[in-house]
Design a protein around this ligand. Structure first.
Ligand SMILES: [Zn+2]
Length: 267
């Protein structure tokens, strides 16, 4: 946890400080060692959020892109009575969860059910093979009519399997912790995998990191994604109609030539 209450103010951990957890109100102590990023830890081993994972520099860097008031929001779970800490709770109701460690499928499903209007931002550098695999898969992406929009015919050959069945968009960040702005760097692009029931032919959108950060900071993610999906559906519909029309014309031509042929044969 990055913040805890000290004298009724939410503050970051500092050596020697004691505070209260904003989720459960239990005492927490500042842990400011050298091995892990400075954080607040519950005094008792039991944590109030069962979905907790140790924070890394990568988490912190991502969270720092957003207003403090949006970070680490505790939301009550009416089913279990537990509270869960959303990494970012944006002004449009979007929840952003930054995931570095491996996640069990049942926990992924539970979190998606609980947060609903969410996106995952996944650290694509967790396993060494993840990025080379992605690059190989990416070279086979098929372009759609819009720029930076692709179809991945076999996303299972491209993205880590834990995320393929996600019911919400999953954004892969292959940059990891490499500081410094390198605008031309390919790693500055994020790749958003859209949910797909049958997994094959999944929609993938390339998204410059800055664009994602700006869009979510402006509270525009949910509305922009909604519009984008509507446009794609419209396009798909138009394409289907064109194909049907083409088939109709072709059938007509074949029919005409058959009639002509038949007439020639008779006379
Ligand atoms: Zn707590």
């Amino acid at each position: 946890m990055r913040f805890a209450y000290v004298n009724s103010n939410l503050v970051e951990s500092e050596p020697g400080l004691q505070g209260l957890c904003p989720g459960c109100g239990q005492p927490v102590i500042a842990r400011c060692g050298t091995e892990r990023i400075s954080h607040w830890a519950h005094r008792q081993a039991k944590r109030c959020d069962s979905w907790w994972e140790p924070e890394t520099e990568w988490h912190r860097t991502w969270k720092s892109n957003y207003p403090l008031a949006w970070q680490e929001k505790f939301l009550p779970d009416p089913n279990t009575g537990e509270k869960h800490m959303a990494d970012i709770y944006a002004s449009d109701g979007l929840i952003i969860e930054f995931q570095h460690s491996h996640i069990k499928p049942e926990e992924r499903v539970a979190r998606e059910r609980f947060y609903r209007t969410m996106v995952w931002v996944v650290d694509g550098t967790r396993l060494e093979r993840d990025y080379p695999r992605f690059l190989k898969g990416k070279s086979a992406f098929k372009k759609k009519s819009k720029p930076r929009v692709f179809i991945s015919e076999f996303p299972d050959e491209c993205f880590p399997s834990a995320w393929l069945k996600s019911s919400v968009p999953v954004i892969f960040d292959f940059k990891g912790i490499q500081f410094g702005e390198q605008p031309e760097n390919e790693l500055d692009n994020l790749y958003c995998l859209f949910p797909n029931k049958d997994i094959l032919d999944s929609l993938v959108v390339e998204l410059p990191r800055r664009a994602f950060i700006n869009m979510t900071n402006a509270g525009e993610w949910l509305s922009r994604i909604g519009r984008f999906m509507d446009e794609l559906a419209e396009e798909e519909e138009k394409h289907k109609k064109q194909v049907a029309e083409q088939q109709r014309r072709q059938a007509n031509l074949i029919f005409q030539s058959m009639i002509t042929h038949e007439r020639r044969r008779r006379f």
